[in-house]
Structure formats: C-alpha cells, structure tokens
Design a protein around this ligand. Structure first.
Ligand SMILES: NC(=O)c1ccc[n+]([C@@H]2O[C@H](COP(=O)([O-])OP(=O)(O)OC[C@H]3O[C@@H](n4cnc5c(N)ncnc54)[C@H](OP(=O)(O)O)[C@@H]3O)[C@@H](O)[C@H]2O)c1
Length: 435
C-alpha cells in the first residue's frame, strides 16, 4: 500500500475528537477506499490537559498551532478551531503557503475568505476542501460538485441551520413562544449560550453563499445574502400557518434569474418562509438539515441528514481527506477561481410569490380599513384574512393575511405605506410561501 496521508488536527473539540474516533474506528476501510492509510501525526488545541474522551498519547502535541503549517511530517492540516478569521485563518493561510493541503469545517472562514484561500491553494497546487462547512454530515458539496456536475442548477435551497429548525419545529409541536423555546433549546444543548449567528440566519447565510458559488459557478458573495432570522416568528404565526396548511421553516435560497436586460442575476436569501405541508422540507424537523437542488436534467434532488454533531461532521471531514489521499481533490469551488463568473445581485422586487403578512394592531375601529387601503394602493390582492382574538378591550389583535401571487415590490410598497401608522403594536412580518 502507498505511503500514508499524514494529517494534523488543529482543534480537538466536538468535531476534532469526532475525527480521531472515526479515523480509529474505520481505519481499515478508510485505507482500502483511500488506497492508503490516513494517519494523524500531530494535534493542537488550547488546553493540553482537557479530557476529550480520546487517546492523544500517540500523536505529537503542538502548543502553538501555527507550527503545524511548517512541519515536514504533515501533508494536510485539518482546521477545526472555528472563527471567521483569527488563528483559524492564519493557520489556513500559512498551511497553504507551506505547501500543505487544508481541510476545514469552518463555514464562517470559507464564506468570508474562501476565494482568497482557494486562489492560494490553486496557485500552490494543494488541496482545499470544506464539505463539513455546509450542512455537517450531508455530502451536499460533493453532490453538487460531482453528482449534479452535468446539470445547470436552477435553484438550490434548504434548511441550513439545525438550531433554528429545532426551535421552529418545537414551537410547532408545543405551541410555545420563541423565547421560551430558545431557552429550552439552550438547556438541551441545541442552541449555543450566544445563539445570535444561528437565530439571526448568519450561519445559514454562510452556508448558502458557499452552496451558491458551487451551484452557479459564481464568485462567492456572502455580503450579497439578504438575511433575516426567526426571532420575530410568534407562536400565533405558526398556528395561523398550520390552519392554512403550512409550516414555518428558515429557508436559505439561491436562485439565478434573468434581469430585464437578459443578464444573469443571483438572488441569495435566508428568511423564514411558509412551506406547504406536502413539500419535502416541511417534514424536516428538529436539528436536521436538508438541501434541495434543482438541476435542469436531474430534476429535484433532496439531500437530508444531520447538519451537526461530532460523528456526522467528522464523516464529512474524513471524506475530504479520502479524496485528497486518492489525489482527487479538484478545484475547491468546483471550477478554478479564475473561471468563476461574477454574477450581479438580484434585487428581488419583480419576483412573484404568495405572501403571508402578519400585523399586530391596537384594537380600535378603522385599522382594518387602513390596512386594506394600503394593500389596494400598492396593488396587493388579498386571498384570505384572519383576525385573531379580542383579548380585552383595547388589547392587541393579530391580523394575518395571505396575499395572492404578486411581485415582492408591491408587498414592500404596502408595508412602506403603513410604516408610520400608529395603529400597529409591532413591525409587520411578511413571509413568502415557498413554491
Ligand atoms: N460542532 C458541530 O457540529 C459542527 C458542525 C459543522 C461545522 N462545525 C465547525 O467546525 C469547527 C469546530 O467546531 P467544534 O464544534 O468542534 O468547536 P469546539 O468544540 O468549540 O472546538 C474548538 C477547538 O478549537 C480549539 N481552539 C479554539 N481556539 C483556539 C486557539 N486560539 N488556539 C488553539 N486551539 C484553539 C479548542 O481548544 P480547547 O478544546 O483546548 O479549548 C477546541 O479544541 C467550527 O468551525 C464549526 O463551525 C462544527
């Protein structure tokens, strides 16, 4: 058998320890499939004494992880530290400059610096792989790079954040409100102590930008993701959606459309959406992730599975290592960075969708007329309307509407007409219905 692929692990937390366990448990089959063994030569983390449930005694311990970039007993550095820049980025840059391949699970770093790192890796002739950065254990990057390589992808979308999906599907099951469900998710370990990136959609946006670049062969544009999280979704929205035949999911969607002048435009957005109960994404509950890719010949493909966790994420990391061991790494973004096409951002106003609108209004006469007048003036046609409760005299009333299919710009216009109205107790919430 050929020489082993020698790797270094930077970061020995959930994913790093998972990689050690996986490489040890499946060593024989990995060697058979890779054509050579994958051997851990050196490891690094912050604390040498922390108990990690894995035996580190056979590996060289390195206190300063930047030293991994220059060791000559290492072929590939596996970056499992995390963070958009800081030590993770410094290590990835140095490893590539030192002629080593890099495998990472770090979506924040790839979303912000992926093109720079890919360009450096291509110039240096080394591998850069990041399957685990998108949807954890689901081989969706591989699916897009290889399985659908012959297709023009029409759109790619999905549930890319397990924490948000856990919260929304738990609210659906229990009827509890957002804050209560988030607290419970934190207690159970489904949400971080600081859940900002997850609940505000930033984590999903990192993954979406990476997927969009690979799916459409375009330069990665994280700043172009229009992003809104789930914190404003109320239990009442979920109940109304249920009555109408929908569930609410945080959906990341990338779609390449044509502008009026015939140019391609890329829409990237992460937003809570109403998903019809019969749609495959409606059945994705708990911390599961799912990605749908629609190819012009393959049709709709669904990739579903664990979006996080030591085992599933390690599975994706080691799959990348096996490709590198086989000499099959390819261009990080499927085509060389120089050939990625810059696609302008879609503004989205002309896109049509049915839209759910929720207003919370002070219970006083004339408010409904004010709302329907704004809809009429903006050219929004209302399909159905539900008014919820009249808890006490002068209390808050929830009004939910579904607007017929129409351009987004009309919905925006209607909301702008109502923006300064004193009738509302909260900013209206608009959620598109996924078609
Ligand atoms: N957890 C998942 O399910 C999952 C899924 C997909 C992708 N990812 C990505 O995988 C990466 C790792 O995630 P994780 O959950 O394994 O994180 P984690 O459990 O917090 O582990 C991070 C590791 O990095 C080490 N570290 C942090 N700062 C360091 C520094 N300045 N110098 C040296 N070592 C440092 C820590 O050392 P100590 O242990 O000594 O503190 C720890 O071992 C992140 O990019 C994350 O986004 C994670």
């Amino acid at each position: 058998m050929a020489e082993p692929l020698r790797i270094a692990l930077a970061g020995l937390g959930t994913v790093g320890a998972g990689v050690i366990r996986l490489i040890e448990t499946n060593a024989a089959l990995i060697a058979a499939r890779a054509g050579r063994p994958i051997e851990i030569a050196a490891v690094s983390a912050r604390s040498r004494s922390r108990e990690r449930g894995v035996d580190l005694s056979r590996f060289a311990w390195v206190d300063d992880m930047s030293a991994l970039a220059t060791r000559d007993d290492i072929d590939v550095v596996v970056e499992l530290v995390g963070g958009e820049d800081g030590p993770a980025l410094a290590l990835a840059r140095a490893a590539i400059a030192g002629g080593k391949g890099v495998v990472t699970a770090n979506k924040a770093m790839i979303a912000h610096h992926g093109l720079e790192l890919a360009e450096a890796a291509e110039t240096a002739g080394v591998a850069l792989r990041f399957e685990a950065a998108v949807a954890g254990g689901i081989p969706v990057i591989k699916g897009l790079r290889e399985g659908t390589a012959a297709n023009a992808i029409e759109r790619v979308y999905g549930i890319l954040n397990g924490t948000s999906n856990y919260i929304l599907s738990t609210m659906e099951a229990t009827g509890a409100d957002f804050a209560q469900t988030l607290a419970e998710a934190q207690r159970l370990g489904y949400a971080e102590a600081d859940p900002t990136f997850d609940i505000e959609g930033v984590d999903a946006a990192h993954k979406l930008a990476i997927l969009a670049s690979i799916a459409f062969g375009t330069r990665l544009d994280f700043a172009g993701v229009d992003c809104e999280g789930i914190a404003r979704v109320r239990a009442a929205d979920i109940a109304q959606a249920d009555r109408l035949g929908y569930v609410i999911r945080l959906v990341g969607l990338a779609d390449c459309e044509e502008s009026d002048t015939g140019e391609a435009r890329l829409l990237q957005r992460v937003k809570p959406c109403l998903v019809p109960r019969g749609h495959p994404l409606a059945h994705v509950t708990g911390p599961t992730n799912a990605v749908v890719a629609e190819g012009n010949f393959s049709g709709r493909l669904l990739f579903q599975g664990a979006g996080a966790g030591g085992g599933p994420t390690a599975s994706a990391v080691v799959a990348d290592l096996i490709d590198i061991a086989r000499g099959e790494a390819g261009a990080p973004f499927s085509v060389p960075v120089a050939d990625l096409v810059p696609i302008g951002r879609a503004e989205g106003g002309e896109r049509t969708a049915r839209t759910y609108l929720r207003f919370t209004v002070a219970d006083r006469p004339g408010v409904l007329a004010e709302m329907t007048a704004a809809m009429r003036d903006a050219g929004v046609s209302i399909e159905s309307m539900i008014q919820e409760g009249r808890p006490e005299e002068g209390g808050e009333v929830l009004v939910a509407m579904v607007a017929h299919e129409g351009p987004e710009r009309c919905i925006r216009h209607a909301l702008s007409l109502l923006a300064d109205s004193p009738s509302f107790t909260d900013r209206p919430l608009a959620m598109q219905i996924l078609a």
